[in-house]
Design a binder for this molecule. Sequence first.
Ligand SMILES: Cc1cc2nc3c(=O)[nH]c(=O)nc-3n(C[C@H](O)[C@H](O)[C@H](O)COP(=O)(O)O)c2cc1C
Length: 280
Amino acid sequence: MKLNIPVEETIRKRISVRTYEPKSLSEKDKEELRKEISILTNPFDAKVNIHLIEKDIASNGEKLGTYGVIKGAKTFLGLSVDKSEFGLIAAGYQFENLILYATNMGLGTVWLAATFSREQFENAMNIKKNELFPAISPIGYVAGKRSVTESLMRKTMKSDKRKPWEEIFFMNSFENPLSKEEANEYVNPLELLRLAPSATNAQPWRVVKKQGFYHFFETHKSNTKEDEIMIKKVDLGIGISHFHQVALERGLAGNFEKLTDLKLQVPDNTNYVISWKIDK
Ligand SMILES: Cc1cc2nc3c(=O)[nH]c(=O)nc-3n(C[C@H](O)[C@H](O)[C@H](O)COP(=O)(O)O)c2cc1C
């Protein structure tokens, strides 16, 4: 389902926000968000759960911790999903759609997968034991000036930069970069995927165009820990949300399929996830 917002414009506007005005979301904004949360879907047939809580109502009265990274925010979103083949991709997709919706409302957000106290939020959001709980995000009104911690983080992760096309998009094989001419009507879906946020700005997505398909891959080093691999899949879901939503906005038809026989030489540390089949 296409988001009912100007997608490309909103993707270009979105930026991580870690410094907020110290107040809760208004009831009106909360109501609008709850309504959107109740209608969001994903094209991967997985049930994604999105939670919304006030920091002050943590069950044990303890302040919910974000390790000094987040300043001011009082309202938080959380993301959980059952374990399944595409659960984490669907989670990344659906939560990013909410992040874009909130951005269009003028609200600040930031994906957090590492710098928060998982146990405290798990309790406060009543996450079930058998669910995966990949991330949360504060949600609120953007403060006038970034904290020193936030400015430093952006610099360290080069958050204003992204990898160039030729490092992530390929034609027919991983040896051959995809030109914008070859991408044709898919230049914008790919360009807006390229601008997506990812954990530590690692941008683990790779895409190969071949014979009526765009094949999506995820990369990580062989010594990556299990919970970090989990976040790479979420990153892929985020990138795919941008690709898909921009395709829908531009009236490009197709659907997602997992192929069993790719007939493609795949480099080390690169893992096939799913393909977009172009409808002619
Ligand atoms: C899945 C995911 C997890 C993230 N985890 C954290 C985190 O734990 N702490 C944090 O400060 N930022 C986190 N970020 C924010 C990224 O650092 C940020 O998106 C990236 O540097 C690009 O900056 P931008 O979002 O402003 O474009 C995360 C982003 C994503 C997509």
